[in-house]
Ligand binder design. Structure first.
Ligand code: DQA
Length: 145
């Protein structure tokens, strides 16, 4: 079964970006891991990252058209993008919201709101990159039906 793993802005610098918060694994390494984890679980992972909101919306619209489940780390868009809210609302297969850090426990007030959560079958935060594996396990174990 095909699954999107979609990543939003600034995650292209994963591994170099505030490693004390986000760790030292690069986006390329995370992508390889996700593909491997997916293979072990019988999921064909399409791993993508963009700094451009419209591109993210195109992928989410594509997931809606295809009926594919989505693992989504929308990064900062999580906290304020109503276009993202509307795109997530159209998904029919399960959506898992993932954050490497735990935004709900970070000091910035703006991180305590998520437009993704209302549409998510599950939220995984604060687990580092293992959160992506947990999201794929959830989808493989019936989250994805
Ligand atoms: C993040 C948390 C967000 O608050 C932040 O804007 C990010 C990354 C995470 O994975 O912990 O860019 O989604």
């Amino acid at each position: 079964r095909d699954v999107y793993v979609l990543n939003g802005p600034n995650l292209g610098r994963l591994g170099r970006r505030q490693p004390e918060i986000y760790g030292t694994t690069t986006l390329a390494e995370l992508g390889k891991q996700c593909v491997r984890w997916g293979q072990d679980l019988g999921l064909a992972v399409r791993f993508q990252q963009t700094n451009h909101e419209g591109e993210m919306l195109d992928w989410l619209n594509d997931a809606a058209d295809r009926g594919w489940p989505v693992v989504l780390n929308a990064a900062a868009w999580t906290h304020y993008s109503y276009a993202l809210f509307d795109a997530c609302a159209q998904l029919e297969a399960p959506l898992v919201e993932v954050h490497i850090s735990a935004p709900s426990k970070r000091p910035e007030e703006f991180r305590h709101t998520s437009v993704v959560t209302p549409h998510a079958a599950r939220v995984i935060e604060g687990q580092g990159i293992d959160g992506y594996r947990q999201a794929l396990v959830f989808l493989a174990e019936g989250g994805a039906q």
